[in-house]
Design a protein around this ligand. Structure first.
Ligand code: ZN
Length: 200
């Protein structure tokens, strides 16, 4: 789709995955009073997107405050990382990578984490996302390409996701995969000790 704006600017909407749409929406204030996003200093968000939290790469994100909110939840750490109302942009692959780097088992209870551990896993998620972005994301499929037509080479350097049965790159133990929320978690059972009393 192509829109011609009044000042002569052209806006192109190119949706490779065909999940997207365009709409005009009301603005509502951001919960933390910070800017709504890149390109505008306004502390406002489109109403349909207002429930989506800041992502780890957002320069306005307060990581320590986010870590406290994560620890206030009574859930498992991987579920919290995937909760878009808490922090957005971390998908299944990036969550597994961040948890492996921070040596946290995906089922660890959020309310039992130290502030330091919570900050560490959020920082790891940010690092993973930065590294992935620098090389073009994780998607292999030839359909999912960047603006230059290149597919995601980052997937070749993953440490956790997709490495079930392979040796952990840190300790050499075998990586394990468990079912999780209709998908799976891949982790090192040695580096990422399971919780003693998992949540039901
Ligand atoms: Zn290991």
């Amino acid at each position: 789709m192509e829109l011609d704006l009044e000042d002569g600017t052209q806006l192109w909407f190119v949706d490779q995955r065909t999940f997207g749409h365009l709409l005009v929406a009301e603005l509502v204030p951001t919960p933390d009073g910070g800017p709504g996003g890149y390109g505008s200093p306004l502390p406002a968000l489109p109403e349909p997107a207002a429930h989506i939290a800041r992502d780890p790469l957002d320069p306005t994100l307060d990581r320590a405050a986010l870590a406290r909110r994560l620890r206030a939840k009574r859930t498992e750490v991987k579920r919290a990382l995937l909760d878009q109302s808490l922090v957005s942009g971390i998908g299944n692959i990036y969550a597994d990578e961040a948890l492996w780097r921070a040596r946290l088992h995906p089922r660890r209870a959020t309310d039992k984490l130290t502030q330091r551990a919570a900050v560490e896993v959020l920082a790891a998620a940010e690092d993973v996302m930065r590294e992935a972005l620098a090389v073009g994301g994780t998607s292999f499929d030839a359909l999912y390409v960047d603006v230059e037509g290149a597919s995601g080479w980052f997937a070749r350097s993953l440490d956790a996701y997709g490495r079930e049965g392979e040796p952990c790159r840190r300790c050499g133990g075998l990586m394990r995969r468990e079912a999780f929320m209709g998908r799976s978690s891949t982790f090192c059972p040695t580096c990422q000790r399971p919780p003693r009393t998992p949540r039901p």
